[in-house]
Every structure is written in C-alpha cells, then in structure tokens.
Design a protein around this ligand. Structure first.
Ligand SMILES: Nc1ncnc2c1ncn2[C@@H]1O[C@H](COP(=O)(O)OP(=O)(O)OP(=O)(O)O)[C@@H](O)[C@H]1O
Ligand SMILES: Cc1ncc(COP(=O)(O)O)c(N)n1
Length: 269
C-alpha cells in the first residue's frame, strides 16, 4: 500500500532572512501540522530580530509563475497569504489566486508592520489589499492594530471590530490576541462570535507568531477541519511556538519556535 498523500499548503509571502517570520515560519508551521509546505515569494527582506534593513520585491510575473508551478503539479489544499508590500504585488497575488482551484481555502494574514517596527505594507497598498485580496479570504487573521487599520476605526474592539473587518468580504475573521493582556483571539463567521482563550506566555518570544498562527490555521483547513476548529488549533500551535520561542537568539524580538528545536537531536545522530 502506498503511503497517504499529505495535504499540500502554499504560502504566498515574504522571506525573513532571520528565520523568524515570513515563509521561514510558514514552512515550519506547515510541517509541524502534518502538511507539505510549498512557497511563492512576494518579497525578500534583509531582516533580523532588530530591524528590516532592505526589501527586494519579487516581480509580479514571477510570483504568478511560482504559484502556477505548484498548482499545476503538486496541487494545493490550502493557501496562506502574508506580506504583500506594494499595490503591484497585490495585483499579481490576486492574479495568482485565480490559478488556485475554487473551493481551496485561503487564509490572509494582513501583514502591515514587523515586530521590529518596519512597515511591510506600503500605505498605497492598503486599498489594493482591501479591494483585491480580502474578499477572496476564507479567514483573515489581523492582530489588533491591523484589524483597526482595516476597519478604519481605532476605537473598535471585540465582536464589533471583527464585524467591521468581516464587512470587507472574508467569510471569517480571527482578530489575534498577542497585543492584549489575555492573548484571547476573537473568531467571527456567519454563525456569530466565539472567543478563543488560552494561556499567555509572557516570557516567550513572539517574532513570527502571526505567521505561525495563520499557517497553522491554513494547515488545519487543508486537513479538512472547519474554520472555528482550525482557529482553535492555530491558537494552540502559535502559543506553543511563543512559549518555546528563542528569546536568546539575536538582541531584539526573538523568533518563535514551532518545532521546539532545542528538544531535538539531528536524525541519525
Ligand atoms: N505571549 C503569548 N502567549 C500566548 N499566545 C500568544 C502570545 N502572543 C501571541 N500569541 C498567539 O499567537 C497568535 C498570533 O497572535 P499575534 O496577535 O501575536 O499576531 P501578530 O501580531 O500578527 O504576530 P506577529 O508577531 O507575527 O506580527 C494568536 O493566536 C495569539 O493569541
Ligand atoms: C517577511 C515577513 N513577513 C511577515 C512579518 C511579520 O512578522 P512579525 O510581526 O512577527 O515581525 C515579517 N516580520 N517579515
């Protein structure tokens, strides 16, 4: 009997040279959640735990080609979208999404600002993100400041905030809780609002927590789980990655570690 085909996840996102966030975090989360990870890069960042020192956008046609190469051969069971950067990249990503078969879930992490403070979404790209990308999302996963920026109202919170984001077109929203004292995620879909609480790990490291969360959510959708169930699992996976975060690496915001590498030895050793 041949072994079972694992679900295939595709991240369309930026590269973080420091290995904390972006596609590096996404591929680790996909693997940790029992899926095969594939990637289409939107931008390369020269980045560490302290700063983003340079960004090199990938030409739009090459973004589309990467997605085509994956879809045509391996097939895709869920997509995770991360850093978009510019209006031109948003347009290319929208074109690339047309290559993904209808019904394949798409998780959108509307990355705006790196944990180190660098802007990763041009202000002019905001409209393109809202117009071209959000309506195609199965689940969108903003953190609190991102959700308020999308809603255009810095006073909103809780179910009202999630509803304002959902009005932009995604089927479901998770406002992630890393910027709150309790780290409770707020999930909302057509059936209503559900709080997803869990332990907060104040002594961990959280650079890449949002990428890890969105990728774990996509992986659970690829396994066939419903969005709320996938969001609950993603909260657990992200919190575990924060708890095992490598705060002793670099001098700034340490990378999350979804694989808990300190507990491992090299296979064969
Ligand atoms: N200190 C923490 N302890 C437990 N869970 C956490 C902590 N920080 C974040 N999380 C969880 O990690 C997930 C990502 O949330 P967060 O709000 O940090 O995203 P983000 O700000 O987009 O992350 P990023 O740092 O990648 O920008 C959520 O499920 C959130 O509850
Ligand atoms: C390429 C890339 N994508 C996403 C993030 C956001 O992650 P964080 O907010 O943890 O820095 C990042 N820093 N770099």
């Amino acid at each position: 009997m041949s072994p079972r085909r694992p679900p295939v996840c595709l991240t369309i996102a930026g590269s973080d040279s420091g290995g904390g966030a972006g596609i590096q975090a996404d591929l680790k989360a996909f693997a940790a959640c029992g899926t095969h990870g594939t990637s289409a890069l939107t931008a390369l960042t020269a980045q560490n735990t302290v700063a983003v020192t340079a960004v090199h956008p990938v030409p739009g046609a090459f973004i589309v080609e990467q997605v085509r190469a994956v879809v045509d051969d391996l097939g895709v069971d869920a997509v995770k979208l991360g850093m978009i950067g510019s209006p031109a990249t948003a347009a290319a990503v929208a074109e690339a999404l047309d290559l993904v078969p209808a019904g394949v879930p798409v998780v959108v992490d509307p990355v705006m600002v790196a944990e180190s403070g660098a802007r990763l979404l041009d202000p002019e790209a905001h409209d393109a993100l809202v117009r071209l990308i959000l309506p195609r999302a199965t689940v969108v996963t903003p953190n609190l400041p991102e959700a308020r920026a999308l809603a255009g109202d810095a006073t909103l919170d809780g179910a009202e905030l999630a509803a304002a984001v959902r009005a932009l077109g995604p089927a479901a929203v998770v406002v992630t809780g890393g910027h709150r004292d309790e780290a409770t995620d707020v999930f909302q879909d057509a059936d209503g609002t559900t709080l997803i609480p869990g332990p907060r790990h104040p002594d961990g490291a959280a650079h890449g927590s949002g990428c890890t969360h969105a990728s774990a959510l996509a992986a659970h959708l690829a396994h066939g789980h419903a969005p709320l169930e996938a969001a609950r699992a993603a909260r657990r996976v992200a919190a575990h990655a924060v708890a095992h975060g490598l705060r002793d690496l670099g001098t700034g915001a340490g990378p999350v570690d979804v694989l808990d590498v300190r507990s491992r030895t090299a296979p064969g050793a």
